[in-house]
Design a protein around this ligand. Structure first.
Ligand code: NAD
Ligand code: LMR
Length: 328
């Protein structure tokens, strides 16, 4: 192997998404079959032993691309030299916790992690925040990494995007490969807006191939509330599908979107589509040469406008809440 390994830091490595994610990173699904990786796992001290167990299993797979696994309970050390940072570990909402408590608890995680990325990350660092509330956690981390371009901080709506593809494919009895230009707008929350007005199925607009009632009363709520439905069914939040979406997100960012298609990523707004500058909101995005760009010039109808505005208003509220907690 002649290439220098890429340093991939995964936080919350001993959690359920971590367990579904690490083996796929190590086997080459994140960065491709020619790129060796060095895994750097960050956990809280109580979970380091469990992370060590996962590292033993990674060893036992004898992955040819895996150059090493290091385990840390200190963010500064874990992010030293990081090229790809997957911020999965977060504080889940527990009984009796208000939204403000959740934002504050996560601020305590993402503020020092942003600072550690600022202090030690490699020049080409790319950050994906998975831990919820993902968009606002990404905003907090980004705010504490002033030396890293803001565009390098992203949050995950690819799972929502994949859920939307799958629901639409089932409705129209087509393979997911027949679908292009799916878009998730806004927050990774129940206010997100999966938009079928620009999506193409076999080259024709999806919204014109389904009934309005299905689009509004079934498709949108099914996609937006899928996370809660999984929790209800599994007794735990989505893990393998979330890990798969994280792999997709980074792979697309690094290797690009296919010609004639785009993806959904929550990225720092430049004011496009009326989303206030600086918010980390999901957009239709194309990726090329390792950089992303928001797709420009789409017509937004009144229905879509209202939905996008509602989700973006929620993001602005979250930003104001963490700002008043001194987290930005
Ligand atoms: P989990 O509870 O199984 O694992 C979380 C892990 O994070 C634990 O091992 C915990 O010890 C660790 N952790 C907590 N604080 C940490 C810190 N400061 N540094 C490093 N590690 C820390 O949870 P999970 O099922 O793996 O989910 C992780 C997060 O991903 C949750 O916030 C969940 O809501 C979110 N999620 C997001 C999406 C999405 O689409 N964006 C989808 C599914 C889940
Ligand atoms: C999901 O979309 O599956 C998760 O974000 C749900 C959750 O609240 O963890």
């Amino acid at each position: 192997m002649t290439r220098t390994p890429v340093n991939v830091t995964v936080t919350g490595a001993a959690g359920q998404i971590g367990y579904a994610l690490l083996f796929r990173i190590a086997s080459g699904h994140l960065l491709g079959p020619d790129t060796p990786v060095r895994l750097r796992l960050l956990e809280i001290p109580q979970a380091v032993k469990a992370a060590e167990g996962t590292a033993m299993e990674l060893d036992d797979c004898a992955f040819p691309l895996l150059a090493g696994v290091d385990i840390f309970d200190d963010a500064t050390a874990a992010f030293d030299g990081v090229n790809v940072a997957l911020l999965v570990g977060a504080r889940p909402r527990t009984k009796g916790m208000e939204r403000g408590d959740l934002l504050e608890a996560n601020g305590g995680i993402f503020k020092p992690q942003g600072a550690a990325i600022n202090a030690g990350a490699a020049d080409d660092v790319r950050v994906l925040v998975v831990g919820n509330p993902a968009n606002t956690n990404a905003l907090i981390a980004q705010a504490h990494a002033p030396d890293v371009p803001a565009a390098r901080f992203t949050a995950m709506t690819r799972l929502d995007h994949n859920r939307a593809l799958s629901q639409l494919a089932a409705k129209l009895s087509v393979p997911v490969s027949a679908i292009r230009k799916m878009t998730i707008w806004g927050n990774h929350s129940a206010t997100q807006y999966p938009d079928l007005y620009h999506t193409e199925v076999n080259g024709k607009i999806a919204a014109e191939q389904v009934e309005d009632g299905w689009l509004r009363d079934e498709f949108i709520p099914t996609v937006a509330k899928r996370g809660a439905a999984i929790i209800e069914a599994r007794g735990a939040s989505s893990a393998a599908s979330a890990a798969n979406a994280a792999i997709d997100h980074i792979h697309t960012w690094v290797h690009g979107t296919p010609e004639g298609d785009w993806t959904s990523m929550a990225v720092v707004s430049d004011g496009s589509y009326g989303v206030p500058e600086g918010l980390i909101s999901s957009f239709p995005v194309v990726a090329k040469g390792g950089e992303w760009e928001i797709v420009q010039g789409l017509d937004i109808n009144d229905f879509s406008r209202q939905r996008i505005d509602a989700s973006v208003a929620e993001l602005a509220e979250e930003r104001d809440a963490v700002s008043s907690l001194g987290l930005l």
